[in-house]
Design a protein around this ligand. Sequence first.
Ligand code: GLA
Length: 733
Amino acid sequence: MAVQYYEKQRIFKLDTQHTSYIMAVVDKENFLGHVYYGGRLEDYDLTYLLRLGEKPFVPSENNRERCSFMDSFPAEYAGHGLGDYRDGCISVRTKGGHSAINLTVVSHEIYGGKKRLEGLPATFGTEQECSTLEIHCEDAVLGLQVTLMYTVFEDVDAITRSVKVTNEAKEEIYLTKVLSACLDMDNREFERITLHGSWARERHIQRQPIGYGKYAVSSLRGEPGHQEHPFMALAVRGTTQDVGEVYAMNFVYSGNFLAQEEMSQFGSVRMSMGINPEDFCWRLDPQESFQAPEVVLVYSAEGLGGMTRSFHDLYRKHLIRSPYRDKKRPVLINNWEATYFEFDTDKLIGIAKQAAELGIEMLVMDDGWFGKRNFDDCALGDWQVNEEKLKGGLKYLVDEVNKLGMKFGIWFEPEMISPDSELYRAHPDWAFQIPGRTPGMSREQYVLDLSRKEVRDYIYECVAKILHSANIEYVKWDMNRSLCDIGSIGFPADRQGELYHRYVLAVYEMQERLITDFPQLLLENCSGGGARFDPGMLYYSPQIWCSDDADAVERLMIQEGTSLIYPLSTMGAHVSDCPNHVVGRVTPFETRGYVALAGTFGYELDVTRISEEDRNMIPEQVAMYHKYNDLVREGDYYRLASYGENHCYDCYEVVSKDKKEALVTYIQVLNIPNCHSRRIYLRGLEAAAEYKVEGMEGVYRGETLMKAGIQVEILAGDFRGKLISVKRSSKAS
Ligand code: GLA
């Protein structure tokens, strides 16, 4: 059983295949202490780790030092304002104006499977796949019930946590902070790993030793943003891809978040994650509940690689729901970088004809097909086809594309409104705004107040009408600015602090409606590239556009950071135009193909205007995609070398689950004069099995390829790459 309660000792133990997580209820006051998280253990009573025999003693025995106790106790879900001076997980504002809260355990339940989190994306599993523990806590003074939920996914070594708060009192209470998880641990010379970036360079990895005090990454943009990411890991110093211990948290949420690590005076470390408490204030009326989103916890004793593979498996098996999850996605061509706003039916059909001949399977019409949208300064919200551009209408275009044997996809930006739009002229109050202030624009647009049902229903119906009007099989759902000027006429003054979260819930509701009404649709999320690439969105779409920067070199670091957590099958990646539209770099077409192969694969260029040499490479690349995509989508991912670290070359490998096949991608960013071939140590093979490596004579045992490695020749020139296929030799298999 993955969840155990030892009644006598009042201990909870959660076990995955390789990890254990232990909590204990202590003292007469029923505090919940975090005892242990790490490699799997058989023993369960490790309460000596709580230091209860040391001063300061538990309060009921000696209330004299209650505050000292609270301030050093490793709390499972820390309260606020009652002596624990570290940042807590929850705080409130009562009618009397107080903020303090302390939670103690009342009861618990254990059951197989997992309940859905109302209105929120979350991992799922059957009774055979996961088990859940709910610990019911209370603050009797406030009349608040707080349920801590833990689900154990044994096979993938992951535990998810979330929190539900219910108001059992007679009057309303305001929740000003409800994080979803915290982990109190002793410091083990931890190094913190976080992901940072900007537009066009999302999710670069940053690693730093921790120190006393607090370090946070967060967002107040209404989405995670390009800048920070709802992920934090603490790795024991020296942890590599293959060895060492790491604790990681990732937030299944697409709005304002906080991920924080705090080292106390005693060298204990509290890592916590949840909705950003800044600008959050949720009014909870009597008998109402608030469900906080879910945090995924992964512990790996097999280095960062082990952590990565747990996240990948969890998300592929227990988070993504799309019918495309386990399928090849159609190789698409998107017209954004090919035409920007300058296209019409003939131009698109011209691109589609050429693309179809080359084996491309879907045309995606990007921004600019609706209203009078001929530039990015107008018409968002006017979701009617511009028939001056699309002569004959949308259905005609889609039918023509279908006749070529291609699918058709379309772009929307449903959450936005241009001040210069019919929609805004009719409903100026539909944009978020604060009375007396002119809302700030970004990309000349405002954000729709989706917290109001009439607004989101109207927009959803516009989107659905377009989708019903023709055979549209793919939608790119874009979101091109962060939120600000948050104010809504739909809610009273004391509920304005709910708007950021209500906005995210609205986006979830709209996307849930979309995939319910159009169950076969391939949905790709996007936000100015990869500003909303998070597990929350993966619940609705199996893929997310990774970055507006598709330069082969820039993508190496973006994709390395992204794939640290997210499966390759989720990373929108295309071969784009050259010189690259963001950095102006010229890279070989071939290399752009190798890099895009690590994601969903497609094209973002005018196939009628590229050189014949490049064009001729497309059928080969499409064939390469078909040959390797099952492996790339479903295999185990190993990072063998990082361009971000060595500034010279990049190398990663995907190994099939049955270990019969592997694919190594090697990208030499810069050539080095007078240099030997490079040694690359393969990973994940079966030690005793024999393998044939593409380009090498003979067969070698997996252990040889992993321990002794292979030699990869230095390629002539910069920005070059190659794929190396590794196959179990048929004699041995
Ligand atoms: C965003 C997306 C791009 C493209 C444009 C269209 O920037 O990331 O791929 O769709 O919007 O305006």
